[in-house]
Design a binder for this molecule. Structure first.
Ligand code: ZN
Length: 411
């Protein structure tokens, strides 16, 4: 989707701000001799920015406003190396809240809802983002934070929560606990707003059926405000995103060139009105595509498809490139299997091997099932994995993100 004249004008203002701040990206723009952008092609000549650039700017090198204007920082969790620190002005916090409010509205939430928020509060953007949007909407926030499932369920019953905000792993855990404890008739949930991890259609169906609620996928990343920059609408899986705050491109991760609308590629985001830490052409490494068909809901906001993976999630096994999503799609073909799986890759006797552990949904003939799954992977992807079907509930459940791929070759 080409950049509009109006968006281009906003990018020009972001560039002025960055150059004036003389931060890492401002210096890079200056070195590249970037002046005013007149055409969409001028935009495509701008250099990309990467997570590593943001790490290098630690702690406050991204700041593009006066320090007196910064009201808050957030930080990405950074499992490796230095974290990224993002400064926010009061307007940034407000803009983020407006975007998040829009997400709740797209999900059909109103100021009559009671919204139970289970993502974590703290340096990261999760809990506080859900909270900020909820307050803007005028709904009642129940700010639980993560964990303590007993208390979560007690509050859910006593407060008659109508909306649950959670990761998909935690929503599944809660759904299973509600079923186990036989308390479904005391639960008033009608919607789930689910963020921060990729999940399959099968898991979505389980959570939605077991809890009897509508589910919405929320998109976002700490570097670009946080969760709340996009969400799906009722009955659709593609997510609307807010093109008055952000410009999204889809590029070929190998060449950096834009792909035609509708084709898969990496999401690259440019902020249009950010003050604390504007980002130009930030490479998210999330894989998706622009949905070209107009949405039945009639909204003018453009859409991207569900995130299908990360460009850096690609696994190379026996010389074959494979994404976790491809394995997930194969597992979804078998109704005898549940949504939960784990992939382990190891290197033994000079050879790569992939083991797939997957939970049964009730079938007892594990041996025949294992053989069928292995054969399907061989025919569709090109190598034969070792498949182990296990009892339902065997694999670990998580209150945060489930770790689905474990590469033992690098441990
Ligand atoms: Zn829609």
């Amino acid at each position: 989707m080409r950049i509009s004249q109006k968006q281009l004008e906003l990018v020009n203002r972001q560039i002025e701000r960055l150059i004036a701040a003389d931060n890492f990206y401002g210096r890079r723009l200056k070195e590249a001799g970037v002046g005013r952008l007149e055409t969409p092609d001028d935009f495509l000549a701008l250099p990309f920015s990467e997570k590593q650039d943001l790490r290098d700017a630690y702690p406050l090198g991204l700041m593009a406003c006066r320090e007196e204007e910064v009201v808050r920082i957030h930080s990405s969790s950074g499992t490796t190396g230095k974290p990224v620190i993002i400064p926010y002005t009061a307007k940034d916090v407000d803009d983020w809240g407006e975007m998040f409010k829009r997400c709740y509205e797209f999900a059909g939430c109103t100021n009559r809802d009671r919204i139970q928020i289970t993502p974590g509060y703290g340096l990261w953007t999760a809990g506080i983002g859900f909270q900020n949007g909820c307050e803007k909407l005028g709904a009642m926030a129940i700010p639980m934070g993560p964990g303590n499932t007993d208390k979560q369920l007690q509050m859910m019953m006593d407060m008659k929560s109508t909306v649950i905000c959670a990761t998909s792993s935690y929503a599944l855990l809660l759904a299973e606990e509600i079923e186990k404890r036989g308390i479904k008739d005391k639960i008033c949930l009608r919607k789930g707003v689910i963020g921060s991890e990729r999940w399959g259609e099968k898991m979505r169906k389980r959570i939605s059926t077991e809890l009897g609620i509508e589910l919405y996928d929320i998109y976002g990343l700490t570097e670009i405000y946080g969760p709340g920059i996009g969400i799906n609408c009722l009955g659709e899986t593609g997510m609307h995103y807010w093109d008055d705050y952000l410009y999204l491109e889809i590029i070929d991760p190998a060449t950096g060139k834009p792909v035609p609308d509708g084709e898969q590629g990496e999401i690259v985001i440019t902020t249009l009105v950010k003050e604390g830490a504007p980002l130009i052409r930030f490479r998210t490494h999330d894989i998706s595509r622009i949905v070209t068909e107009p949405c039945h809901c009639g909204s003018r906001f453009p859409r991207i498809d569900v995130i299908s993976g990360r460009s850096d999630d690609m696994m190379k096994v026996k010389g074959v490139n494979v994404f976790p999503k491809q394995i997930e799609e194969i597992l979804a073909l078998f109704p005898e299997l549940s949504s939960e799986y784990q992939i382990r890759i190891s290197h033994l006797d000079g050879k790569d091997s992939m083991r797939i552990y997957v939970e049964s949904s009730g079938s007892n003939d594990f041996a025949a099932l294992q053989k069928k799954v292995a054969e399907t992977v061989k025919s569709r992807i090109g190598f034969t994995p070792l498949v182990y079907v296990v009892e339902l509930g065997f694999l670990p459940r998580s209150e945060k993100k489930s770790k689905r791929v474990i590469d033992e070759r690098f441990q």
